[in-house]
Design a protein around this ligand. Structure first.
Ligand code: GLC
Ligand code: CA
Length: 568
């Protein structure tokens, strides 16, 4: 089977607001992003996933769209978008967009019309219901807290929102809605984009009869459903997620995308492998989020994750691994231990680039950007965090400073701070006299910047470049099968990637401890050719049976002379 581009590629997520500000208004823009394409090309990524770049009131940082076929004016114009796309393509970099199908902004003209009267032709484009006993139609909660229903005084009915009240859900059972969104999809495909990351697909349909959920909790007590224990989350949202019709809809979207040349790709923001359909008739990729769902990336966790994930994928489906995005803490901070963060960051990248599947990186990860620590509520930009702060201080009587501490430790603003290009004030993201939309992390002065790491062969950035280059040049790391070598060790991870087409087999050894160790593994060969070692071993050929790993070593070798195995 020949591999598709999206199976071979490494994706890099850009949060447009935070990447590079060219016009000095403190907000990233397309001119800025275009100017950084050479950087991304040199880094060695193959594709960009752009978080939403559409006009938006930015209550959910662009995931509240008020015009699906436009460009946010602060980011630029459609011409600048096209220029960016064309410049990316010139460098062999593909670009996928963020497609938010579930909801619009409440400022979208469709919703303004819909809410204007009960008999407006767009009334049924959203989900309107009468209240019950003087309250909302049922006990459903919004994922971002509070009731999922908002009373609209103009018409006296409630509308449904899975997320913020400013993000009303579209009614996907209305064929006009579907037609309108499919023409949005065509608009961008016609412009030449290479596919879409599909936002929050699980929320597209709701149970039509609106049955009450059975979790004993009031919607007002929920601040962010994502923080509930797993079972409670599913019980709470039982009738709001993964409703019938979803897979048929995704198949329809796939057929639409497939009607374009060039293998355009669909990546679902979901972890359920059911979205692969029968392997090749629904979404191309869904994220392996369970890999991220842990405090520490231990060998045991990774092994269990891979065993389960690879077993449950339907034949023909391809994995997709990631460790960070705009909704989760920075990889550096989340999986670091406070002492060996730099070594762990290298190990975690090596993991992502050597596991089977398409890796998705998040901007700034390559220089070790850490969680932004905010101390002043006025700096918060994520509406969910602002709501939490208000709830804590106004409803629960928590003192402002303590409340801010709690919010600072959970806000999504932590991972959205401006990209750190150099060590000057504002980190080269915007001019020194400008006011960036979120503060720049102070560690841009302490070596966490592109300029500081660029020429340093020992930097994290150099490590990223090196490993991305190695992956690209090593067929087994891209397309090989994954075979675990040690089912037990708490200290290291050992596996091979075997590519039948090229005959190449690579051995990957990752030492997760600060101690030297000798893995007791049998990779099926006595000798290996060293492809990479994070400790810079001098030898080109390795004897594999008594190999000793240095602390936190990443070692990748190509197996030589596979030994014929004898059964006895
Ligand atoms: C997705 C996005 C998140 C957004 C939510 C609602 O989960 O990743 O940032 O807030 O959808 O659109
Ligand atoms: Ca700007």
């Amino acid at each position: 089977m020949t591999m598709k581009w999206w199976q071979r590629s490494v994706f890099y997520q850009i949060y447009p607001r935070s990447f590079a500000d060219q016009n000095g208004d403190g907000i990233g823009d397309f001119a800025g992003m275009a100017a950084k394409l050479d950087y991304l090309h040199r880094l060695g990524v193959d594709a960009i996933w752009l978080s939403p770049h559409f006009p938006s009131p930015f209550l959910d940082c662009g995931y509240d769209i008020s015009d699906y076929t436009g460009v946010a004016p602060e980011y630029g114009t459609i011409e600048e978008f096209s220029h960016f796309l064309q410049q990316a393509h010139t460098r062999g970099i593909r670009v996928i967009l963020d497609l938010v199908l579930n909801h619009t902004s409440d400022q979208h003209p469709w919703f303004r019309e819909s809410r204007s009267s009960r008999d407006n032709p767009r009334r049924d484009w959203y989900i309107w219901r009468d209240g019950r006993d003087g309250g909302p139609p049922n006990n459903w909660a919004a994922i971002f807290g509070g009731s999922a229903w908002q009373l609209d005084p103009t018409t006296g009915q409630y509308y449904y929102h899975a997320f913020l009240p400013e993000q009303p859900d579209l009614n996907w059972r209305n064929p006009e809605v579907k037609a309108a969104l499919w023409s949005v999809v065509r608009f961008w495909l016609d412009l030449g984009v290479d596919g879409f990351r599909l936002d929050a697909i699980a929320t597209i349909f709701e149970h039509p009869e609106l049955p009450d959920h059975t979790l004993a909790v009031s919607p007002d007590a929920i601040v962010d459903a994502n923080e509930l224990p797993w079972d409670d989350y599913w019980q709470l949202l039982h009738f709001q997620l993964h409703q019938p019709g979803l897979h048929e809809l995704m198949q329809e979207l796939r057929a639409l995308v497939d009607s374009y040349p060039g293998d355009r790709v669909l990546i679902g923001e979901d972890e359920q492998v059911a979205f692969h359909g029968s392997g090749d008739d629904e979404l191309h990729l869904v994220f392996n989020f369970p890999l991220m769902r842990t405090e520490r990336l231990t060998p045991a966790h990774i092994r269990a994750n891979q065993a389960q994930r690879l077993a449950e994928l339907p034949p023909g489906a391809w994995p997709c691994n990631t460790l960070g995005n705009h909704d989760s803490p920075r990889v550096w901070s989340r999986y670091g231990d406070g002492t060996h963060d730099a070594a762990l960051a290298r190990l975690h990248l090596a993991l992502l680039l050597t596991l089977k599947g398409t890796p998705v990186l998040y901007y700034g990860e390559e220089i070790g950007m850490a969680n932004l620590e905010l101390s002043d509520p006025g700096q918060l930009r994520d509406t969910t965090a602002i709501r939490r702060y208000r709830m804590l201080t106004e409803r629960e009587g928590v003192a402002p400073q303590a409340a801010m501490g709690l919010v600072a430790a959970s806000t999504r603003d932590r991972c959205r701070s401006p990209m750190q290009w150099n060590s000057t004030p504002n980190a080269g993201f915007c001019p020194p006299e400008a006011h960036p939309w979120l503060p720049v992390h102070p560690n841009h002065r302490l070596g966490v910047s592109v300029a500081d790491q660029e020429g340093d062969p020992g930097s994290l950035l150099s490590f990223y470049r090196h490993l991305l280059g190695l992956r690209r040049a090593t067929p087994a790391l891209v397309s090989g099968d994954y075979q675990l070598l040690d089912p037990e060790s708490e200290a290291y991870l050992a596996f091979t990637r075997r590519d039948p087409a090229s005959g190449q087999t690579c051995l990957v050894l990752l030492n997760f401890t600060p101690a030297q160790l000798t893995p007791g593994i049998d990779p099926g060969a006595l000798r290996g050719r060293l492809l990479f070692s994070s400790t810079g071993r001098p030898d080109h050929e390795l004897t594999l049976h008594d190999l000793t790993l240095t602390p936190f070593e990443v070692l990748i070798a190509e197996l030589l002379e596979a030994e014929p195995r004898t059964r006895n």
